[in-house]
Ligand binder design. Sequence first.
Ligand code: CO
Length: 237
Amino acid sequence: MTDSDIYQSVFERNRQWVKERTEEDPAFFEKLAKEQHPDFLFIGCSDSRVPASAIMGVEPGAVFVHRNVANLVVNIDSNSLSAIHYAVDHLQVKHVVVCGHYGCGGIKAAMQPRDLGILNGWLREIRDVYRLHHDELDAIDDPDETLKRLTELNVREQCINVIKTAVVQRNYLDRKAPRVHGWVYDLSNGYLKDLNFPFDEMLEKVREIYRLTPDPRKDLDLSGKNPPLPAKKKKDD
Ligand code: CO
């Protein structure tokens, strides 16, 4: 197959797909074109082997997707933050999932002593995850197991970054959704693993410092007994 054939074959498969879908349900595209009500926001890696709806076994319309190298949620990245904002505030998704995967090239690259140009800044986020958990990671002897564990810890830290956003905090206080989940996809067998991210506990913990929305239990208390942030001890106390 020439490069041009590879390119053209996409449109042939697309026509075939439209035909099959329309035969199954003549109103399939008409319904989808009107609106979307996805229950999930999926934040995953750009890796071609981790297609969100395929591995979740869902149809078009069920999952709003954001993907980037190594499934990161970076504080100043307007791309991922816009996706989170739109999915949570406008589409009112019920669940936000950060999904990493074993065998992630981004995680591997971040652990190599090489200058990767524009990727340096992006992948430094992963080195920061390593720094936060280096005691645990350095205690693992097998380098492959270290990378696997780093993949899981990276998912956990990105879940925490999702909770740090005002839009997630405000929506959760208002409508008890979305809940945030961490998953890892195993390329070698196709299974998704739920890391059982402790959402309630982490929400509480994160909001001790990163509280961006008023909490009726604390912030509307005008007695002055509950300051918005933990009171710092004075040096001479
Ligand atoms: Co990856």
